[in-house]
Design a protein around this ligand. Structure first.
Ligand SMILES: Cc1cc2nc3c(=O)[nH]c(=O)nc-3n(C[C@H](O)[C@H](O)[C@H](O)COP(=O)(O)OP(=O)(O)OC[C@H]3O[C@@H](n4cnc5c(N)ncnc54)[C@H](O)[C@@H]3O)c2cc1C
Length: 416
């Protein structure tokens, strides 16, 4: 079924009886050519591009819960391509271009909204760093603009510009950045993949891997053994757990990241704003809630909930930036599990086991990467060669010393 304005009118006239489920609920087959473990954004996008762009068939996505139960349904929905390093910026700009056409591509309203992101500048040194980053973005074909304090005041007059500790001295602006409806992205890719014959199997947890002679033969699941030609693992916060089933220890630690939503307010924040003197970022949803977050909780955990010290820390950042936020009531908060890599950048690579491929280490920035990650992982699975924008995302870079340390903080996953 194709979605269109015409279809909405037709269904309204016919009593809304013609809508169909977005995807089937198939029984697992005994064997697939491609098994993708993890039905989050990255796993679903991978299956979609494998079927659509690389014309592969006999593909299954195995998801231990329901679609959207992981980070794809828990993130703060920011999409952007404002990176500095050559290993990262072309990849995220490729993702941005895929976002710009995603709704036409999947024929699904993922509410991609390019309302811009502003990274605030509080010191002269920070202005130099952001100017450098903006130039790197322009070199990679992205858009970037350095805003003066006056330009900034016109766009977002409600910030605390004259805060004695953290005066606001300008901002780095990416106009094409913005937000997208996170679970709508999963549903759009799932529907598109299902339409092309991909079996999306929910409530099917991978519990083991069958490996013989250095080659993966299939996966053990809560719904029985499934043989596979190739297995692609895209399980985000569960990366280390799932890859340990293949005897691998990853350069990844799992940490909790929390998000917060206020009660609905009248439109006040035009795009996404990030505080430059602490970790706090905020945007406003279409329903009016302020959506904000900050640092990870900072200790290893697989729990999808956070703790009060970070709640306090995030809210202090918010109060320093826009004190009137203290009058809004908090509606809800939640946590997700981040697969923090040692250098803060992701991994999309083959592994030492023949036929086993890994996609992970997305830290708290993997939502914006969803389209490019799916495309690059599908490219790798289909051709056995890395996509041109993802050649740096190798698993052995930690052993070889070719880190992609965007923040320059070293091998400290809790600081990226
Ligand atoms: C609070 C929060 C805010 C964030 N904000 C942003 C943001 O603004 N912008 C941004 O770019 N990124 C953001 N992120 C990060 C982003 O959400 C993640 O990096 C990204 O969603 C991870 O990829 P995924 O969608 O595939 O993960 P997931 O949705 O977590 O998918 C992995 C799936 O694997 C499944 N799985 C795990 N183990 C197994 C198994 N054994 N068998 C079968 N299935 C299994 C899980 O159930 C899960 O559904 C945020 C994350 C959080 C938690």
């Amino acid at each position: 079924m194709r979605y269109s304005g015409f279809r909405v009118i037709k269904e309204a006239l016919l009593g809304q009886k013609g809508w169909r489920p977005l995807w089937r609920d198939p029984e697992p087959q005994p064997r697939y050519d491609y098994v993708i473990v993890g039905g989050g954004g990255h796993g679903l996008a991978t299956a979609y591009y494998l079927a659509k762009t690389f014309q592969k068939s006999r593909i299954a996505v195995l998801e231990k819960g329901w679609l959207g139960s992981g980070n794809i349904g828990r993130n703060t929905t920011i999409i952007r391509s404002n990176y500095l390093l050559p290993g990262n910026e072309p990849f995220y700009e490729f993702s941005m271009k895929l976002w710009e056409n995603l709704e036409q591509e999947t024929n699904f309203n993922s509410m991609v909204s390019q309302r811009g992101i502003i990274n605030l500048i509080h010191t002269d040194a920070q202005r130099d760093a952001y100017r450098r980053r903006g130039n790197a973005m322009l070199f990679a074909g992205a858009d970037a603009q350095l805003l003066s304090p006056n330009e900034l005041r016109e766009m977002v007059p409600f910030l605390n510009y004259d805060n004695a500790r953290f005066p606001i001295k300008g901002g780095l602006f990416q106009r094409r950045a913005g937000t997208a409806r996170h679970d709508g992205v999963a549903w759009g890719y799932a529907r598109g993949a299902d339409m092309r014959g991909v079996d999306i199997i929910q409530n099917c947890e991978v519990t083991g891997m069958r490996i013989e002679g250095g080659k993966v033969l299939g996966v053990e699941t809560s719904r029985g053994y499934i043989a596979a030609g190739k297995v692609g693992v895209a399980v985000a916060g569960s990366s280390s757990r799932v890859m340990s089933m293949a005897g691998m220890r990853l350069p990844v630690e799992s940490h909790v990241l929390q998000a917060f939503v206020s009660e609905g307010l009248k439109p006040v924040i035009p795009g996404v704003i990030t505080f430059g003197a602490g970790h706090f970022y905020v945007s406003q949803s279409d329903k009016g809630g302020l959506v904000f977050g900050g640092d990870i909780d900072g200790y290893n955990s697989y729990a999808q909930r956070g703790n009060l010290p970070v709640v306090e820390d995030v809210l202090e950042g918010g109060m320093a930036l826009m004190p009137m936020i203290g009058r809004a009531r908090l509606l809800r908060s939640w946590g997700g599990i981040m697969d923090m890599s040692m250098d803060g950048s992701p991994i999309i690579d083959r592994t030492s086991v023949d036929g086993l491929y890994f996609n992970g280490g997305w830290c708290y920035g993997g939502f914006k990467a969803t389209p490019a990650s799916g495309f690059a992982f599908a490219h790798l699975l289909a051709t056995d060669r890395p996509h041109e924008t993802a050649t740096a995302y190798r698993l052995d870079r930690f052993a070889r010393g070719y880190l992609i340390d965007e923040k320059g903080v070293g091998a400290q996953p809790n600081l990226h």
